[in-house]
Design a protein around this ligand. Sequence first.
Ligand code: UN1
Length: 497
Amino acid sequence: MKGKNFINGQWVASGSGEIFESRNPADRDDVIGTFPLSNAQDVDGAVQAAEKAFPAWRAMSRIKRGEVFDNFVQLIKKDHEELSRLMARECGKAINESRADVTEGIHMAQYVFGITRTPAGDVIASEIAEKDAYMRRHPKGVVAAITPWNFPFAIPLWLLGPSLVEGNTVVFKPSEDTPLMGEKVAEYLERAGIPPGVLNLVQGDGEGAGRPLAAHSDVDVVAFTGSFEVGSEIRKICAEAPHKMAVCEMGGKNAVIVFEDADVSIALNAALLSAYKTTGQRCVSSGKLIVHETLYPKFCEEFVKLSRRVNIGDPLDEKTFMGPLINAAGRKKMEYYNDLARKEGGRILLEGGTLKGRGCDKGWFVSPFVYQMDYNPQSRVLREEVFAPNVAIVPFRTIEDAIRIYNDTDYGLALAVITEDYRKARRVREECEYGLGYVNLPSIGAEVHLPFGGVKKSGTGMPSAATLIDAVTHRTAWTVNNAKEIKMAQGLKATLD
Ligand code: UN1
Protein backbone atom coordinates (compact mmCIF):
# COMPACT_ATOMS: atom_id res chain seq x y z
CA MET A 1 0.00 0.00 0.00
CA LYS A 2 0.99 3.61 -0.57
CA GLY A 3 0.46 5.75 2.50
CA LYS A 4 -0.14 9.50 2.42
CA ASN A 5 -0.01 12.54 4.64
CA PHE A 6 -3.35 13.95 5.79
CA ILE A 7 -3.35 17.72 5.56
CA ASN A 8 -6.37 20.00 5.69
CA GLY A 9 -8.70 17.06 5.11
CA GLN A 10 -6.81 15.82 2.02
CA TRP A 11 -4.66 12.70 1.62
CA VAL A 12 -1.49 13.91 -0.11
CA ALA A 13 2.05 12.80 -0.98
CA SER A 14 5.05 14.68 0.39
CA GLY A 15 5.94 17.80 -1.62
CA SER A 16 9.26 16.26 -2.64
CA GLY A 17 7.67 12.94 -3.63
CA GLU A 18 10.18 11.14 -1.40
CA ILE A 19 9.04 8.01 0.41
CA PHE A 20 10.21 5.52 3.01
CA GLU A 21 9.23 1.92 3.68
CA SER A 22 7.68 0.23 6.67
CA ARG A 23 8.74 -3.41 7.05
CA ASN A 24 7.64 -6.19 9.36
CA PRO A 25 10.29 -6.55 12.12
CA ALA A 26 9.53 -10.29 12.31
CA ASP A 27 10.07 -10.74 8.55
CA ARG A 28 12.15 -8.10 6.83
CA ASP A 29 10.99 -9.31 3.40
CA ASP A 30 7.43 -8.29 4.23
CA VAL A 31 6.98 -4.68 3.10
CA ILE A 32 3.93 -3.18 4.78
CA GLY A 33 3.84 -0.07 2.65
CA THR A 34 5.55 3.13 1.57
CA PHE A 35 4.90 6.47 3.25
CA PRO A 36 5.77 10.12 2.55
CA LEU A 37 9.19 11.17 3.79
CA SER A 38 8.07 14.64 4.76
CA ASN A 39 10.22 17.72 5.12
CA ALA A 40 9.91 21.18 6.66
CA GLN A 41 7.61 22.36 3.84
CA ASP A 42 5.14 19.55 4.37
CA VAL A 43 5.23 20.27 8.10
CA ASP A 44 4.59 23.96 7.46
CA GLY A 45 1.53 23.13 5.32
CA ALA A 46 0.16 20.94 8.12
CA VAL A 47 0.76 23.54 10.84
CA GLN A 48 -0.87 26.25 8.71
CA ALA A 49 -3.92 24.02 8.19
CA ALA A 50 -4.12 23.38 11.95
CA GLU A 51 -3.76 27.10 12.69
CA LYS A 52 -6.55 27.93 10.21
CA ALA A 53 -8.90 25.29 11.62
CA PHE A 54 -8.39 26.36 15.22
CA PRO A 55 -10.94 29.23 15.65
CA ALA A 56 -13.94 27.22 14.39
CA TRP A 57 -12.99 24.05 16.29
CA ARG A 58 -12.44 25.99 19.48
CA ALA A 59 -15.80 27.73 19.10
CA MET A 60 -17.64 24.42 18.81
CA SER A 61 -19.38 22.86 21.84
CA ARG A 62 -17.02 20.68 23.85
CA ILE A 63 -19.69 17.99 23.85
CA LYS A 64 -19.96 18.07 20.05
CA ARG A 65 -16.17 17.77 19.79
CA GLY A 66 -16.34 14.77 22.09
CA GLU A 67 -18.89 13.07 19.85
CA VAL A 68 -16.18 12.56 17.23
CA PHE A 69 -14.53 10.23 19.73
CA ASP A 70 -17.77 8.35 20.36
CA ASN A 71 -18.05 7.74 16.60
CA PHE A 72 -14.38 6.77 16.53
CA VAL A 73 -14.89 4.14 19.27
CA GLN A 74 -17.79 2.57 17.39
CA LEU A 75 -15.73 2.31 14.19
CA ILE A 76 -12.65 0.92 15.96
CA LYS A 77 -14.68 -1.69 17.83
CA LYS A 78 -15.89 -3.10 14.51
CA ASP A 79 -12.34 -3.34 13.14
CA HIS A 80 -10.57 -4.20 16.41
CA GLU A 81 -9.19 -7.54 15.24
CA GLU A 82 -8.04 -6.29 11.84
CA LEU A 83 -6.22 -3.33 13.42
CA SER A 84 -4.62 -5.57 16.04
CA ARG A 85 -3.28 -7.86 13.34
CA LEU A 86 -1.91 -4.96 11.32
CA MET A 87 -0.20 -3.70 14.47
CA ALA A 88 1.36 -7.10 15.24
CA ARG A 89 2.66 -7.16 11.67
CA GLU A 90 4.00 -3.62 11.69
CA CYS A 91 5.66 -3.45 15.11
CA GLY A 92 6.13 -7.09 16.08
CA LYS A 93 4.05 -6.98 19.24
CA ALA A 94 2.51 -10.32 20.19
CA ILE A 95 -1.12 -10.44 19.03
CA ASN A 96 -2.58 -10.47 22.55
CA GLU A 97 -0.63 -7.31 23.36
CA SER A 98 -1.58 -5.69 20.07
CA ARG A 99 -5.24 -6.28 20.94
CA ALA A 100 -4.65 -4.71 24.35
CA ASP A 101 -3.02 -1.69 22.68
CA VAL A 102 -6.09 -1.11 20.47
CA THR A 103 -8.30 -1.58 23.55
CA GLU A 104 -6.24 1.00 25.46
CA GLY A 105 -6.74 3.44 22.57
CA ILE A 106 -10.50 2.79 22.74
CA HIS A 107 -10.42 3.44 26.50
CA MET A 108 -8.75 6.78 25.98
CA ALA A 109 -11.30 7.79 23.34
CA GLN A 110 -14.12 6.73 25.72
CA TYR A 111 -12.52 8.68 28.53
CA VAL A 112 -12.22 11.93 26.60
CA PHE A 113 -15.74 11.54 25.25
CA GLY A 114 -16.98 11.02 28.81
CA ILE A 115 -15.22 14.03 30.29
CA THR A 116 -16.86 16.42 27.85
CA ARG A 117 -20.00 16.26 30.04
CA THR A 118 -18.05 16.90 33.25
CA PRO A 119 -17.12 20.39 34.51
CA ALA A 120 -14.60 22.20 32.31
CA GLY A 121 -13.65 24.63 35.06
CA ASP A 122 -14.46 25.75 38.60
CA VAL A 123 -16.67 28.26 40.37
CA ILE A 124 -14.45 29.96 42.95
CA ALA A 125 -15.31 32.14 45.95
CA SER A 126 -14.34 35.82 46.11
CA GLU A 127 -13.59 38.11 49.04
CA ILE A 128 -16.29 40.36 47.66
CA ALA A 129 -19.77 38.86 48.04
CA GLU A 130 -21.03 40.48 44.84
CA LYS A 131 -18.21 39.05 42.71
CA ASP A 132 -18.52 35.73 40.85
CA ALA A 133 -15.19 34.15 39.96
CA TYR A 134 -14.51 31.24 37.64
CA MET A 135 -11.62 29.18 36.40
CA ARG A 136 -12.22 28.48 32.73
CA ARG A 137 -10.00 26.39 30.48
CA HIS A 138 -8.96 27.72 27.08
CA PRO A 139 -7.29 25.55 24.45
CA LYS A 140 -3.74 26.65 23.66
CA GLY A 141 -3.85 26.36 19.88
CA VAL A 142 -1.80 23.94 17.78
CA VAL A 143 -0.48 20.82 19.49
CA ALA A 144 2.32 18.79 17.87
CA ALA A 145 2.00 15.11 18.86
CA ILE A 146 5.16 13.07 18.28
CA THR A 147 4.61 9.44 19.22
CA PRO A 148 6.64 6.22 19.54
CA TRP A 149 6.27 2.88 17.79
CA ASN A 150 5.80 0.71 20.91
CA PHE A 151 2.18 1.73 21.55
CA PRO A 152 1.36 2.84 18.00
CA PHE A 153 -2.37 3.13 18.64
CA ALA A 154 -2.81 3.82 22.36
CA ILE A 155 -0.19 6.55 22.78
CA PRO A 156 -1.43 8.65 19.81
CA LEU A 157 -4.87 8.50 21.45
CA TRP A 158 -3.37 9.53 24.81
CA LEU A 159 -2.05 12.69 23.17
CA LEU A 160 -4.66 13.42 20.51
CA GLY A 161 -7.72 12.70 22.66
CA PRO A 162 -7.28 15.36 25.36
CA SER A 163 -5.78 17.88 22.92
CA LEU A 164 -8.69 17.67 20.49
CA VAL A 165 -11.65 17.53 22.90
CA GLU A 166 -10.31 20.58 24.70
CA GLY A 167 -10.45 22.51 21.40
CA ASN A 168 -6.85 22.43 20.17
CA THR A 169 -5.97 21.41 16.64
CA VAL A 170 -3.18 18.88 16.08
CA VAL A 171 -0.29 17.98 13.81
CA PHE A 172 0.54 14.34 14.43
CA LYS A 173 3.87 12.74 13.52
CA PRO A 174 3.94 9.01 14.30
CA SER A 175 7.15 7.01 14.58
CA GLU A 176 8.76 6.14 11.24
CA ASP A 177 8.71 2.51 12.48
CA THR A 178 4.89 2.43 12.58
CA PRO A 179 3.56 4.80 9.92
CA LEU A 180 0.68 2.50 8.98
CA MET A 181 -0.76 2.56 12.50
CA GLY A 182 -0.36 6.35 12.47
CA GLU A 183 -2.26 6.52 9.20
CA LYS A 184 -5.02 4.33 10.67
CA VAL A 185 -5.50 6.71 13.61
CA ALA A 186 -5.95 9.63 11.20
CA GLU A 187 -8.13 7.62 8.80
CA TYR A 188 -10.56 6.54 11.54
CA LEU A 189 -10.73 10.04 13.01
CA GLU A 190 -11.56 11.33 9.53
CA ARG A 191 -14.32 8.72 9.21
CA ALA A 192 -15.54 9.69 12.69
CA GLY A 193 -16.11 13.24 11.43
CA ILE A 194 -13.10 15.30 12.43
CA PRO A 195 -13.33 18.53 10.37
CA PRO A 196 -10.60 19.34 7.80
CA GLY A 197 -7.42 20.79 9.32
CA VAL A 198 -8.33 19.87 12.90
CA LEU A 199 -6.13 16.77 12.77
CA ASN A 200 -3.21 16.65 10.35
CA LEU A 201 -0.86 13.74 9.82
CA VAL A 202 2.74 14.18 8.69
CA GLN A 203 4.82 11.04 8.16
CA GLY A 204 8.59 10.95 8.24
CA ASP A 205 11.63 10.78 10.47
CA GLY A 206 12.79 12.85 13.41
CA GLU A 207 15.29 15.04 11.60
CA GLY A 208 13.20 15.69 8.47
CA ALA A 209 9.74 16.09 10.03
CA GLY A 210 9.92 15.91 13.84
CA ARG A 211 12.48 18.67 14.30
CA PRO A 212 10.80 21.27 12.04
CA LEU A 213 7.46 20.42 13.64
CA ALA A 214 8.76 21.00 17.18
CA ALA A 215 10.52 24.16 16.02
CA HIS A 216 7.57 25.66 14.09
CA SER A 217 6.67 29.06 15.47
CA ASP A 218 2.91 28.43 15.23
CA VAL A 219 3.04 25.29 17.39
CA ASP A 220 2.00 25.99 20.99
CA VAL A 221 2.54 22.65 22.72
CA VAL A 222 4.80 19.74 21.78
CA ALA A 223 3.56 16.48 23.33
CA PHE A 224 6.19 13.78 22.92
CA THR A 225 6.71 10.20 24.06
CA GLY A 226 10.02 8.54 23.26
CA SER A 227 13.67 8.49 24.22
CA PHE A 228 15.36 10.84 26.66
CA GLU A 229 17.79 11.99 23.95
CA VAL A 230 15.04 13.12 21.56
CA GLY A 231 12.93 14.51 24.42
CA SER A 232 15.72 16.73 25.66
CA GLU A 233 16.31 18.05 22.13
CA ILE A 234 12.59 18.90 21.97
CA ARG A 235 12.76 20.66 25.34
CA LYS A 236 15.70 22.77 24.12
CA ILE A 237 13.87 23.69 20.91
CA CYS A 238 10.76 24.67 22.89
CA ALA A 239 12.75 26.72 25.39
CA GLU A 240 13.76 29.04 22.55
CA ALA A 241 10.15 30.04 21.92
CA PRO A 242 8.69 31.84 24.91
CA HIS A 243 5.14 30.54 24.43
CA LYS A 244 5.91 26.91 23.77
CA MET A 245 5.44 24.07 26.22
CA ALA A 246 7.13 20.66 25.93
CA VAL A 247 5.40 17.69 27.53
CA CYS A 248 7.77 14.75 27.35
CA GLU A 249 7.55 11.16 28.55
CA MET A 250 11.01 9.69 28.16
CA GLY A 251 11.62 6.21 29.44
CA GLY A 252 12.91 4.61 32.59
CA LYS A 253 15.11 2.15 34.39
CA ASN A 254 12.39 0.43 36.32
CA ALA A 255 12.54 -2.34 38.90
CA VAL A 256 10.66 -5.04 40.74
CA ILE A 257 11.57 -5.12 44.44
CA VAL A 258 10.96 -8.50 46.09
CA PHE A 259 10.95 -8.52 49.92
CA GLU A 260 11.68 -11.54 52.10
CA ASP A 261 8.00 -12.05 52.98
CA ALA A 262 6.84 -11.96 49.34
CA ASP A 263 4.46 -14.46 47.82
CA VAL A 264 7.09 -15.97 45.53
CA SER A 265 4.72 -17.04 42.79
CA ILE A 266 3.40 -13.46 42.54
CA ALA A 267 6.99 -12.18 42.56
CA LEU A 268 8.05 -14.47 39.73
CA ASN A 269 5.01 -13.71 37.61
CA ALA A 270 5.35 -9.95 38.20
CA ALA A 271 9.03 -10.12 37.22
CA LEU A 272 8.28 -12.12 34.10
CA LEU A 273 5.58 -9.73 32.86
CA SER A 274 7.68 -6.66 33.73
CA ALA A 275 10.76 -7.95 31.93
CA TYR A 276 9.38 -9.65 28.83
CA LYS A 277 6.05 -8.15 27.77
CA THR A 278 6.58 -6.20 24.52
CA THR A 279 10.04 -7.88 24.46
CA GLY A 280 11.15 -5.47 27.19
CA GLN A 281 10.32 -2.47 25.01
CA ARG A 282 7.89 -0.58 27.25
CA CYS A 283 9.06 2.57 28.96
CA VAL A 284 7.76 0.83 32.11
CA SER A 285 9.54 -2.52 31.50
CA SER A 286 11.80 -3.68 34.34
CA GLY A 287 15.36 -4.79 33.65
CA LYS A 288 16.31 -4.73 37.33
CA LEU A 289 14.95 -7.30 39.79
CA ILE A 290 15.97 -6.35 43.34
CA VAL A 291 15.54 -9.47 45.46
CA HIS A 292 16.06 -10.05 49.19
CA GLU A 293 19.10 -12.21 49.87
CA THR A 294 17.11 -14.94 51.67
CA LEU A 295 15.02 -15.59 48.52
CA TYR A 296 17.79 -14.80 46.05
CA PRO A 297 19.19 -18.24 45.08
CA LYS A 298 15.75 -19.83 44.70
CA PHE A 299 14.31 -16.80 42.91
CA CYS A 300 17.20 -16.73 40.39
CA GLU A 301 16.81 -20.42 39.68
CA GLU A 302 13.04 -20.23 39.17
CA PHE A 303 13.20 -17.01 37.15
CA VAL A 304 15.70 -18.56 34.74
CA LYS A 305 13.53 -21.66 34.39
CA LEU A 306 10.56 -19.47 33.46
CA SER A 307 12.68 -17.31 31.14
CA ARG A 308 13.67 -20.43 29.19
CA ARG A 309 9.98 -21.18 28.69
CA VAL A 310 9.17 -17.80 27.07
CA ASN A 311 7.75 -18.46 23.61
CA ILE A 312 9.56 -16.35 21.03
CA GLY A 313 8.27 -16.18 17.48
CA ASP A 314 5.70 -14.93 15.01
CA PRO A 315 3.73 -12.13 16.68
CA LEU A 316 0.58 -13.35 14.95
CA ASP A 317 0.82 -16.78 16.59
CA GLU A 318 -1.45 -16.89 19.67
CA LYS A 319 1.20 -18.86 21.56
CA THR A 320 3.92 -16.22 21.12
CA PHE A 321 4.86 -14.32 24.26
CA MET A 322 7.74 -12.29 22.78
CA GLY A 323 7.92 -11.00 19.23
CA PRO A 324 11.11 -9.48 17.78
CA LEU A 325 12.75 -6.19 18.72
CA ILE A 326 11.67 -3.28 16.55
CA ASN A 327 14.80 -2.73 14.45
CA ALA A 328 18.53 -3.22 13.96
CA ALA A 329 19.37 -0.36 16.32
CA GLY A 330 17.28 -1.97 19.08
CA ARG A 331 19.15 -5.23 18.70
CA LYS A 332 22.54 -3.51 18.60
CA LYS A 333 21.65 -1.70 21.80
CA MET A 334 20.74 -4.96 23.53
CA GLU A 335 24.03 -6.56 22.44
CA TYR A 336 25.90 -3.52 23.72
CA TYR A 337 24.30 -3.79 27.16
CA ASN A 338 24.73 -7.57 27.30
CA ASP A 339 28.48 -6.98 26.78
CA LEU A 340 28.47 -4.20 29.34
CA ALA A 341 26.84 -6.54 31.90
CA ARG A 342 29.68 -9.02 31.30
CA LYS A 343 32.31 -6.28 31.61
CA GLU A 344 30.77 -4.92 34.79
CA GLY A 345 30.99 -8.29 36.52
CA GLY A 346 27.57 -9.78 35.81
CA ARG A 347 27.37 -13.55 36.34
CA ILE A 348 25.41 -14.81 33.35
CA LEU A 349 22.53 -17.14 34.24
CA LEU A 350 20.93 -17.25 30.80
CA GLU A 351 22.94 -16.43 27.70
CA GLY A 352 20.61 -14.47 25.41
CA GLY A 353 20.59 -11.89 22.66
CA THR A 354 20.41 -12.24 18.87
CA LEU A 355 18.56 -15.39 17.82
CA LYS A 356 19.59 -17.22 14.68
CA GLY A 357 17.99 -20.11 12.81
CA ARG A 358 14.50 -21.55 13.41
CA GLY A 359 12.97 -18.95 11.07
CA CYS A 360 14.48 -16.10 13.11
CA ASP A 361 16.98 -14.88 10.52
CA LYS A 362 14.50 -12.64 8.74
CA GLY A 363 13.56 -10.64 11.83
CA TRP A 364 15.08 -8.83 14.81
CA PHE A 365 14.52 -11.73 17.20
CA VAL A 366 16.30 -11.97 20.54
CA SER A 367 16.05 -14.19 23.59
CA PRO A 368 16.19 -13.18 27.29
CA PHE A 369 19.60 -12.36 28.76
CA VAL A 370 19.59 -12.85 32.54
CA TYR A 371 22.46 -12.20 34.94
CA GLN A 372 23.25 -11.83 38.63
CA MET A 373 24.82 -8.54 39.58
CA ASP A 374 25.86 -7.22 42.97
CA TYR A 375 24.94 -3.60 43.51
CA ASN A 376 27.71 -1.21 42.62
CA PRO A 377 27.11 2.53 42.29
CA GLN A 378 29.56 2.66 39.36
CA SER A 379 27.59 0.16 37.27
CA ARG A 380 26.00 1.66 34.16
CA VAL A 381 24.01 -1.42 33.21
CA LEU A 382 22.02 -1.09 36.45
CA ARG A 383 21.23 2.56 35.76
CA GLU A 384 20.65 2.89 31.99
CA GLU A 385 17.63 1.95 29.90
CA VAL A 386 18.18 -1.04 27.57
CA PHE A 387 14.69 -1.38 25.99
CA ALA A 388 15.15 -5.12 25.48
CA PRO A 389 14.96 -8.30 27.60
CA ASN A 390 18.24 -7.68 29.44
CA VAL A 391 17.56 -8.54 33.10
CA ALA A 392 19.81 -8.01 36.13
CA ILE A 393 18.92 -9.78 39.39
CA VAL A 394 20.43 -7.84 42.28
CA PRO A 395 20.47 -9.08 45.90
CA PHE A 396 19.82 -6.82 48.91
CA ARG A 397 19.82 -7.15 52.70
CA THR A 398 18.00 -4.13 54.21
CA ILE A 399 15.07 -2.07 53.01
CA GLU A 400 17.39 0.96 52.86
CA ASP A 401 19.58 -0.96 50.40
CA ALA A 402 16.60 -1.92 48.25
CA ILE A 403 15.47 1.71 48.06
CA ARG A 404 19.00 2.92 47.26
CA ILE A 405 19.46 0.34 44.49
CA TYR A 406 16.12 1.30 42.95
CA ASN A 407 16.76 5.05 43.16
CA ASP A 408 20.31 4.87 41.81
CA THR A 409 19.45 5.83 38.25
CA ASP A 410 18.74 9.13 36.51
CA TYR A 411 15.24 7.86 35.67
CA GLY A 412 12.17 7.65 37.91
CA LEU A 413 9.24 6.07 36.11
CA ALA A 414 7.83 2.76 37.40
CA LEU A 415 8.39 0.28 40.21
CA ALA A 416 6.71 -2.81 41.55
CA VAL A 417 7.05 -3.94 45.16
CA ILE A 418 6.22 -7.50 46.10
CA THR A 419 5.47 -7.93 49.79
CA GLU A 420 2.74 -9.00 52.21
CA ASP A 421 3.88 -6.33 54.68
CA TYR A 422 2.11 -3.03 54.16
CA ARG A 423 4.75 -1.17 56.16
CA LYS A 424 7.46 -2.13 53.68
CA ALA A 425 5.28 -1.18 50.73
CA ARG A 426 4.52 2.13 52.38
CA ARG A 427 8.18 2.91 52.93
CA VAL A 428 8.88 2.22 49.25
CA ARG A 429 5.94 4.44 48.33
CA GLU A 430 7.38 7.29 50.37
CA GLU A 431 11.12 7.00 49.63
CA CYS A 432 11.43 5.80 46.04
CA GLU A 433 11.33 8.16 43.05
CA TYR A 434 8.69 7.14 40.50
CA GLY A 435 5.53 8.14 38.71
CA LEU A 436 3.85 4.73 38.73
CA GLY A 437 4.08 2.40 41.75
CA TYR A 438 2.56 -1.07 41.92
CA VAL A 439 2.13 -3.45 44.88
CA ASN A 440 1.99 -7.18 44.12
CA LEU A 441 1.72 -6.41 40.41
CA PRO A 442 4.19 -5.97 37.55
CA SER A 443 5.64 -2.53 36.77
CA ILE A 444 3.61 -2.46 33.53
CA GLY A 445 -0.12 -2.15 32.95
CA ALA A 446 -1.26 1.43 33.59
CA GLU A 447 -4.86 2.40 32.86
CA VAL A 448 -5.75 5.51 30.88
CA HIS A 449 -7.62 7.46 33.56
CA LEU A 450 -4.68 7.37 35.99
CA PRO A 451 -1.83 9.85 35.83
CA PHE A 452 1.03 8.55 33.69
CA GLY A 453 4.56 9.91 33.70
CA GLY A 454 7.72 9.96 35.75
CA VAL A 455 10.26 12.15 37.47
CA LYS A 456 13.96 12.89 36.86
CA LYS A 457 15.01 11.89 33.31
CA SER A 458 11.72 10.06 32.78
CA GLY A 459 9.72 13.13 31.95
CA THR A 460 8.17 16.47 32.48
CA GLY A 461 4.94 14.98 33.84
CA MET A 462 1.42 15.30 32.40
CA PRO A 463 1.73 13.08 29.31
CA SER A 464 -1.59 11.21 29.44
CA ALA A 465 -5.28 12.11 29.35
CA ALA A 466 -6.07 12.74 32.94
CA THR A 467 -3.13 15.13 33.25
CA LEU A 468 -2.41 16.17 29.65
CA ILE A 469 -5.49 18.40 29.85
CA ASP A 470 -3.46 20.68 32.11
CA ALA A 471 -0.75 20.97 29.47
CA VAL A 472 -3.01 21.68 26.50
CA THR A 473 -5.22 24.27 28.18
CA HIS A 474 -4.67 27.63 29.84
CA ARG A 475 -6.51 28.05 33.12
CA THR A 476 -8.02 31.49 32.94
CA ALA A 477 -9.63 33.49 35.77
CA TRP A 478 -12.90 35.19 34.83
CA THR A 479 -14.35 37.57 37.43
CA VAL A 480 -17.76 39.27 37.21
CA ASN A 481 -18.98 42.13 39.41
CA ASN A 482 -22.71 42.06 40.15
CA ALA A 483 -22.80 45.20 42.33
CA LYS A 484 -23.63 48.70 41.01
CA GLU A 485 -20.26 49.98 42.20
CA ILE A 486 -16.71 48.66 42.13
CA LYS A 487 -15.50 46.88 45.27
CA MET A 488 -11.88 45.72 45.38
CA ALA A 489 -10.24 42.75 47.09
CA GLN A 490 -7.46 43.22 49.66
CA GLY A 491 -9.28 46.29 51.03
CA LEU A 492 -8.02 48.39 48.14
CA LYS A 493 -9.71 51.83 47.95
CA ALA A 494 -11.96 52.02 44.90
CA THR A 495 -12.62 55.78 44.87
CA LEU A 496 -10.52 58.94 44.37
CA ASP A 497 -10.89 60.15 47.97
C1 UN1 B 1 4.96 2.82 27.34
O1 UN1 B 1 5.62 1.83 27.57
O2 UN1 B 1 5.43 3.75 26.69
O3 UN1 B 1 1.52 0.86 31.52
C2 UN1 B 1 3.54 2.96 27.78
C3 UN1 B 1 1.62 0.18 30.50
C4 UN1 B 1 0.89 0.61 29.26
C5 UN1 B 1 1.51 1.83 28.66
C6 UN1 B 1 3.00 1.79 28.52
N1 UN1 B 1 -0.49 0.87 29.58
O4 UN1 B 1 2.30 -0.82 30.45
